[in-house]
Design a protein around this ligand. Structure first.
Ligand SMILES: Nc1ncnc2c1ncn2[C@@H]1O[C@H](COP(=O)(O)OP(=O)(O)OP(=O)(O)O)[C@@H](O)[C@H]1O
Length: 269
């Protein structure tokens, strides 16, 4: 049983090394249930690595992650030893986590509906009819029912990303992770993707979003974690993190990345 006040994801002392280089240094972070948490920070600060550890696409080198109270991938035994869990326990916890990538990663030879239903049929073992019903419902959710039978090459980048979101939603995740979901899109196409994400947030989906869209983070993120050099320097509500940016690294970062929307928002009256 999970209570509504328990964090959806609880990260303790998480570290990650590539070879001898440690890129995450003892991250502690709680991801609030039913809220949108944005991970922001300079290029190379470790945002994507942290997100990929939460998706278990990368295995952390130290520390633990609990998802809805259950250990993901590794657990710490009472004697302090960190052990890798068996594949079944890993699969069970991972199945509650959905991921949306910067590059959409759609199958080019499948229609939008085919992309959304593929894993439902092959992994979740739904009948084709049930999978298509669920797939159409999710395409409707992202406003793309009319494009269900189009191939990715016939869709705009924004539409392809919305198909990727529908595909993740069809697997009924408890937590949805986004890795720079608008970074590959022309500026005029980012709005439609951000609007879908905003709607999911309003519906109570737990989301973690790596983004350079500071305006989106400031307006839609309920929690903001600012990473720098593999550490979380600031963590709080947008008001707490943005309204008084006295931290020199944050100020420097905002000056570099601030988009127009955020500049308006953060400008003193
Ligand atoms: N597969 C890998 N092998 C070796 N080093 C890696 C690997 N992936 C990431 N790194 C390094 O880890 C550090 C953190 O990278 P990461 O991609 O997590 O940063 P980021 O904050 O998401 O950056 P960006 O905003 O540019 O995407 C960087 O120094 C990067 O070079």
């Amino acid at each position: 049983m999970t209570s509504s006040t328990e964090p959806a994801v609880s990260i303790r002392g998480l570290s990650k090394s590539y070879g001898k280089t440690e890129v995450l240094h003892g991250i502690d972070l709680e991801i609030a249930r039913g809220a949108t948490t944005c991970l922001i920070g300079p290029s190379g600060s470790g945002k994507s690595t942290l997100l990929r550890c939460i998706a278990f696409l990368e295995e952390a080198t130290g520390g633990t992650i609990h998802v809805n109270g259950r250990p993901l991938g590794f657990e710490e035994r009472p004697d302090g030893k960190r052990v890798r869990l068996g594949p079944q326990r890993i699969r069970e916890v991972r199945s509650g986590i959905g991921m949306v990538f910067q590059q959409f990663n759609l199958w080019p030879h499948m229609t939008a509906l085919g992309n959304v239903t593929e894993a439902l049929v092959t992994v979740r073992r739904l009948s084709r009819k049930n999978a298509e019903e669920r797939g159409m419902a999710q395409l409707r959710h992202v406003g793309l029912e009319a494009r269900a039978h189009h191939y990715p090459s016939e869709l705009s980048g924004g539409q392809q990303q919305r198909v990727a979101i529908a595909r993740a939603l069809a697997l009924e995740p408890k937590i949805l992770l986004f890795d720079e979901p608008t970074a590959s899109l022309d500026p005029e196409l980012t709005g439609e993707v951000l609007n879908v994400m905003r709607k999911l947030g309003e519906e109570g989906m737990t989301m973690v979003v790596v983004t350079h869209e500071i305006g989106f983070a400031a307006t839609v993120g309920q929690r903001i974690a600012f990473l720098d050099h593999g550490r979380i320097l600031l963590n709080g509500t947008p008001g707490e993190v943005f309204s008084d940016p006295r931290h020199p690294r944050l100020t420097q970062f905002l000056e570099t990345y601030l988009d127009r929307g955020a500049a308006m928002l953060l400008k003193p009256a």
